[in-house]
Design a protein around this ligand. Structure first.
Ligand SMILES: C[S@@+](CC[C@H](N)C(=O)[O-])C[C@H]1O[C@@H](n2cnc3c(N)ncnc32)[C@H](O)[C@@H]1O
Length: 344
């Protein structure tokens, strides 16, 4: 429960956990939202949300705001970044233009508050290009940005300046991996450094995962991560374009296909259908949608893609908002069951 609350950024680390004969009381920052509750309910069978008194840790940790209070003009304090992503021992934040002159100070404050952080990176572009990588500027700490990120008992060696990785997808990696059934073959079409493929292989004894990526650095790290996590015998890394690889080598093999390329996944639905076994299978689709009815719009696109590919759409197993990526724009996850081919 503590791990899940921490992943959801709900755990209040300034307060002490309390234990009595029957219960463990875990302090949270705020009441969980509806989707956060759904996540918790899936993982923990019994819990209650209640009001309880907690003791503070003796020396309250200094916040970034405490450190910068007398170093920044007061009107700029409100512009300080509200969230920080941690990838291994690297802290990643978005520094708004108004704070450009203070970025080194901000980076040093982050290192001061989070003692295990070795480098602080400021996002200097959006996620772009085929490899889905952003540019970053090192604003404090080491220029060496290769790190080891730990998630659900797996370790991932990676450099965020060379490959895509988001700690905000940790629950998605776990959610999909925990649905896999022993004996399955999985095609991870856009595998990156392997957070879906490796966790699947870690959690299951008898699985085969084909992990494809077009970025040579991602496949390089994936190969190392297979060894670090001792799953080389279950995951087959493949460098190349998922369309070409599936069409030439992976037709009709998969019980399950993972399509984690939200920008473009819809263009690859036909090849995901080709990878699936002729009888049936499951597609885990990720997409971006704007505005109202985002889930419904994404579902409709996926169903249309499946039918156009000549397969029978069976049902939507689940659809959920993964995260907000911009105001009124969401990353959506849709799991669909696909049946055999339509006879025309
Ligand atoms: C959003 S990232 C997801 C990575 C990984 N699944 C994760 O959760 O961290 C998408 C990945 O797809 C890769 N990619 C983009 N186009 C591709 C293609 N046509 N074939 C295979 N991989 C591709 C990129 O290099 C990138 O690593």
């Amino acid at each position: 429960m503590i791990r899940i609350l921490d992943d959801l950024d709900l755990l209040d680390r300034s307060l002490k956990v309390v234990r009595n004969d029957r219960y463990l009381f875990i302090p949270i920052k705020e009441k969980p939202s509806k989707w956060q509750l759904e996540v918790i309910e899936k993982e923990v069978s019994e819990f209650e949300i209640c009001i309880h008194s907690f003791q503070r840790y003796a020396k309250p940790a200094k916040s970034i705001l405490d450190i910068l209070e007398d170093k920044l003009p007061p009107h700029l304090l409100a512009c300080l970044p509200r969230s920080i992503d941690f990838v291994g021992d690297i802290a990643i934040l978005e520094i708004p233009e108004e704070l450009e002159d203070y970025k080194t100070l901000i980076g040093e404050a982050v290192m001061n508050v989070f003692k295990r952080v070795r480098s602080v990176l400021a996002k200097s572009s959006a996620v772009t290009g085929v490899y889905r990588v952003r540019s970053y500027e090192v604003v404090a700490g080491s220029e060496n940005t290769e790190t080891v990120h730990r998630e659900y008992g797996c370790s991932y060696l990676l450099d965020p300046r060379k490959v895509y990785f988001s700690p905000r997808l940790s629950y998605e990696h776990y959610r999909i991996a925990s649905q896999v059934v022993e004996g399955e073959t999985i095609v991870d079409m856009f595998a990156g450094v392997g957070p879906f493929s490796i966790l699947i292989a870690k959690l299951h004894r008898n699985v085969r995962v084909y992990a494809i990526d077009i970025n040579p650095d991602a496949i390089g790290y994936l190969e190392k991560n297979l060894r670090i996590n001792r799953v080389e015998d279950k995951v087959i890394p493949i460098l190349g374009d998922a369309r070409e690889i599936i069409q030439t080598r992976l037709r009709n093999v998969a019980d399950r296909v993972i399509m984690n390329l939200p920008e473009k996944a819809i263009e690859y639905i036909d090849v995901a259908c080709i990878a699936l076994k002729p009888s049936d299978g499951i597609i885990h689709y990720y997409g971006f949608e704007d505005g109202s009815y985002a889930l419904e719009k994404a579902e409709a696109k996926v169903i249309e893609g499946i039918v156009k590919a000549g397969r029978i759409f069976d049902k939507v197993l689940s659809s959920r908002i993964v995260k907000e990526v911009a105001p009124y724009r969401w990353q959506i996850a849709i799991d669909v069951k696909v049946d055999g081919c339509r006879i025309v």
